[in-house]
Design a protein around this ligand. Structure first.
Ligand code: ADP
Ligand code: TRP
Length: 360
């Protein structure tokens, strides 16, 4: 039986933090074994917001490969690639832009929020407006069934399903409607200031942070804002420090901190010191492995080259099929002869093609 496909992407606009680690990476680690998995670095997406200063993209791309692989993604098991190495995705986005009403993009919550919140970058460009269309193309281009993401990405997944439905209604049932896979714990990991941990907010603990940095950041973590004095009872349910500790400590230990905080027996500083100790030892094995991979010359470039070679037979096959379903002339042997709207023939042509099957 062929495995279902999964895909997800991260923008190379910063280092990986605990929000990625718990909100997403743990699912990706498990899913690389259960699915035919495609994980990519979304450098086109990074350009949509960082077009005026793209200087960090290349370095963050390499760092992300190291972070992912040190965390346990195995490039022999899953396919790790860079979005711009698969330019077919830009072609599919163009096709999606034909069926996609502008009003669907205008109402995307992330578009409205980020334009309002991010004032240091010019987000008035068309590329940023098309961000969700590009994301839909990323997902559809490998016919992904399941997409592990954090909670903030749900509107993008819903839009992807809508675009796929509209495409299929117009040109025949070919593309798949993907499901979002959300972490059961850590769907929205808070940062040091209590907002969602995000590299854009300067509130992140990065998984490659040094021990002194981890300790300093944990000491600045926000706790229950109503707890002014150590003698005031605290409420762990609204304490961001508590939410993060829950992700790494055993349930019994968390229950003890919970009771200790509610009765004001333990202060926040004591709790912070414990979380800092726990995080330093929790991330130790990852950091050792990361240093080993970083010492291998050309490691990231090799992973990306191998990943692109595995992904492209699929992405070019899917794009060729979409092109012809939409009525443009065939130009590959793969889908030659498929009639417009004959989606069943397109799917069958791909499924029986050796390069498409080999990739699974
Ligand atoms: P950032 O918000 O730091 O720029 P990305 O947009 O690159 O992060 O996110 C990559 C993936 O990690 C997405 O699936 C996103 O939903 C998830 N993610 C990011 N931050 C968090 C968080 N604080 N909690 C849970 N998931 C997160
Ligand atoms: N928008 C995602 C984020 O900000 C990144 C992304 C781009 C993505 N393309 C994707 C995630 C496709 C899942 C599937 O994190």
């Amino acid at each position: 039986m062929t495995k279902k496909r999964t895909l997800t992407g991260y923008r190379p606009t910063g280092k990986l933090h605990l929000g990625h680690w718990f909100g997403n990476l743990q699912n990706m680690l498990q899913m690389q074994h259960d699915y035919d998995a495609y994980y990519f670095i979304a450098d086109f997406h990074a350009l949509t917001s960082d077009w005026a200063d793209p200087s960090g993209i290349s370095q963050y791309t390499e760092e992300m490969v190291l972070d992912w692989c040190a965390a346990g993604l195995d490039p022999d098991v899953c396919t790790i690639y860079r979005q711009s190495d698969v330019p077919e995705v830009a072609e599919l986005m163009l096709y999606f832009s034909m069926v996609l009403p502008m009003s669907w993009l205008e109402r995307t919550p992330s578009y409205k929020e980020q334009r309002a919140q991010i004032t240091t970058k010019d987000l008035g460009n068309v590329g940023f407006f098309l961000y969700p269309a590009l994301q839909a193309a990323d997902i559809a281009i490998v016919l992904a069934d399941a997409v592990p993401v954090g909670e903030d990405q749900l509107p993008h997944l819903e839009l992807t399903r809508e675009i796929v439905r509209r495409f299929n209604n117009t040109y025949g049932e070919f593309l798949r409607e993907p499901q979002a896979i959300i972490a059961t714990q850590g769907a929205r990991v808070p940062g040091t200031d209590g907002r969602k941990m995000s590299k854009s907010y300067g509130n992140s603990i990065f998984i490659s942070d040094s021990e002194p940095d981890i300790r300093a950041k944990v000491m600045s973590f926000m706790t229950d804002p109503a707890r002014k004095l150590k003698t005031d009872p605290g409420d762990p349910d609204i304490c961001p420090l508590h939410s993060v500790h829950k992700l790494i400590a055993p349930d019994e230990e968390i229950a003890q901190w919970d009771a200790c905080c509610r009765s004001a027996e333990c202060g926040c500083v004591m709790h912070k010191r414990k979380l800092a100790d726990d995080l330093v030892s929790y991330l130790g094995a990852f950091q050792t492995r990361r240093a080993e991979l970083a010492a291998i010359p050309g490691y990231a470039a090799e992973v990306l080259a191998a990943g692109a070679a595995k992904a492209r037979p699929i992405t070019s096959g899917v794009v060729a099929a979409c092109r012809e379903l939409m009525g443009l002339d065939p130009r590959t042997e793969l889908t030659a002869g498929i009639e417009r709207r004959d989606a069943a023939a397109a799917a069958a042509a791909l499924e029986s093609h050796p390069s498409f099957l080999d990739a699974e």
